[in-house]
Design a protein around this ligand. Structure first.
Ligand code: C5P
Length: 233
């Protein structure tokens, strides 16, 4: 029997083009999955209605909207999102001004704020192009420290950076890790991948799994396989 705390370690990304497809997947997964991520694609297909439905059904919800704007806009956007009663939201962790604006918007609600450190599709050449004199991993660690110092609850980090972030931050600081694949599985466009066991061993609190579950012929069986790996990890 897998307990709720173990189930909550698995966040299934509802990266689907319509509300109906996302709703059908959630219904098919039933009690197997307790935590969902809604991102920019589903946002434009009634994703926020689904987020509220999921909360009413006792699920946890991560809105992956990756805010980055002037402080006033970020503050008000986070305040509006907090009213939906969702659990996690993402903000780009580039500067303390943005992080503090998000914290003001969150106020005394239970919404947890996660900073996106460096997107996992960016490499050294992309940082050079932006005039950033740091390595991707150095920047991830620096931004994780900045997010923790500002009062954020955690970061999004690939499994390959999770251990360094865990070593540099408080044990309570959350690490949420996408780019998860079982050994030998299709990687798709992900390059910095890790297995569920490794991500958890390196310090991740939650793993985010998209296509290996949402595009599987039997999503429920796929989710159960991931949960078995999590329980083992
Ligand atoms: O299908 P797959 O498992 O690769 O999906 C990973 C999910 O995690 C996607 O929703 C993607 O947007 C998200 N994500 C990511 N890398 C980041 C931040 C979020 O893959 N750095």
């Amino acid at each position: 029997m897998i307990d709720r705390a173990t189930r909550d370690k698995l966040i299934v990304a509802l990266d689907l083009p319509s509300y109906d497809q996302a709703r059908a997947l959630v219904d098919r997964l039933g009690e197997t999955v307790s935590f969902y991520k809604i991102g920019l694609e589903l946002l434009f297909s009634d994703g926020l209605s689904l987020a509220q439905e999921l909360k009413q059904e006792g699920k946890r919800v991560f809105l992956d909207l990756k805010f980055l704007d002037i402080g006033n806009t970020v503050e008000h956007a986070v305040r509006a999102a907090a009213k939906l009663g969702v659990d996690f939201i993402t903000v780009h962790g580039h500067d303390t001004k943005t992080l503090r604006a998000a914290l003001r918007g969150r106020g005394d609600t239970n919404l947890k704020l996660l900073a996106v450190t460096v997107l996992t599709n960016l490499d050294q050449a992309d940082l050079d192009e932006q005039g950033i004199a740091a390595t991707p991993s150095g920047l991830v660690i620096g931004r994780a420290r900045m997010a923790e110092n500002a009062g954020f609850d955690g970061v999004i980090a690939s499994g390959q950076e999770a251990a360094a972030v865990r070593a540099e931050t408080d044990p309570q600081f959350l690490i949420v890790t996408p780019g998860i694949r079982l050994p030998g599985a299709e990687t798709g466009d992900q390059t910095r991948i890790t297995t569920p066991e490794d991500a958890l061993r390196f310090g991740a609190n939650h793993i985010v799994v998209g296509r290996p579950i949402n595009a599987a012929p039997d999503p429920k069986a796929a989710a159960e396989t991931f949960l078995a790996h999590i329980a083992k990890g």
